[in-house]
Design a protein around this ligand. Structure first.
Ligand code: FMN
Length: 222
């Protein structure tokens, strides 16, 4: 596929056909994805390839826990799990909220689930002393994650970066035998998409690119 077509059409695939994603295709995708950038070119990524149904079910169930709060906050008109505003829903409301199946089933049903991890011993987390949630560390792993999804798209496969299970990271570390300094970055279901989304909903450039300073005139380019 042409690069811009891949960029504009790589959607979050959550439903898959029964087709397998063979190791040779997966290996090829990872072989291209590894050219992603990372801070200092440290390449701290590790990938656990999960095909065992019991492990997939466990990862789906772990996603369901954070999905309850996600759904409860969304139903309350909030931006779920944001680190600025405390949740406007109480623990009892979250507890009785049903986790939406679209947030758990893809992990249980995909032919393969990649658990993308990063070795925090090699990541320069430049914002670690700021009084806000860290964002820089993720930049050493998510370009790699995105390369996997673009590569998968190119090969006729698809998947989704999912993160809900990470709220239960110690349990994932136990499940997969990960060392404590290895963080989980995504639980990524992959397979042959059951259908293809062709028109993705995204904001236009003028809504997020501004000139010279925050609130400056929008970049106009057309
Ligand atoms: C950092 C990140 C975390 C995400 N976490 C989840 C998740 O936990 N579960 C899920 O189903 N999708 C998750 N997504 C997928 C987004 O919902 C999806 O990329 C977005 O809605 C755009 O979908 P589209 O490309 O199909 O339009 C995540 C995406 C990103 C980039």
């Amino acid at each position: 596929m042409e690069l811009y077509d891949v960029m504009r059409s790589t959607f979050a695939a959550r439903e898959f056909t029964a087709d397998p994603l063979p190791d040779d295709v997966l290996g090829k995708i990872l072989d291209h994805a590894r050219f992603a950038p990372s801070g200092g070119n440290r390449q701290g990524w590790k990938v656990v390839v999960v095909r065992d149904q019991k492990t997939k079910d466990a990862l789906a169930a772990l996603s369901g826990i954070a999905a309850k709060r996600y759904a409860a906050q969304a139903a309350n008109g909030e931006s779920p799990w944001n680190a600025i505003d405390p949740p406007g829903v109480d623990a009892a409301t979250i507890e009785k909220t049903v986790a939406p199946t679209r947030l758990t089933e893809p992990i249980a049903k995909a032919p393969v689930v990649l658990v993308l991890c990063v070795d925090l011993k090699v990541v320069a987390s430049i914002d670690q002393d700021l009084k806000r949630v860290g964002v820089v560390s993720g930049a050493s792993i998510y370009p790699f994650a995105w390369n996997i999804l673009m590569g998968a798209r190119h090969e006729g496969f698809g998947g989704t970066i999912t993160t809900l299970a990470i709220a239960q990271e110690p349990k994932i570390q136990e499940l997969l035998g990960l060392p404590k300094h290895v963080a989980v970055c995504s639980v990524m279901p992959l397979g042959r998409p059951a259908q293809s989304l062709t028109k993705l909903k995204r904001k236009p450039v003028s809504e997020f690119a501004m000139q010279e300073r925050w609130g400056g005139p929008p970049l106009s380019w057309t």
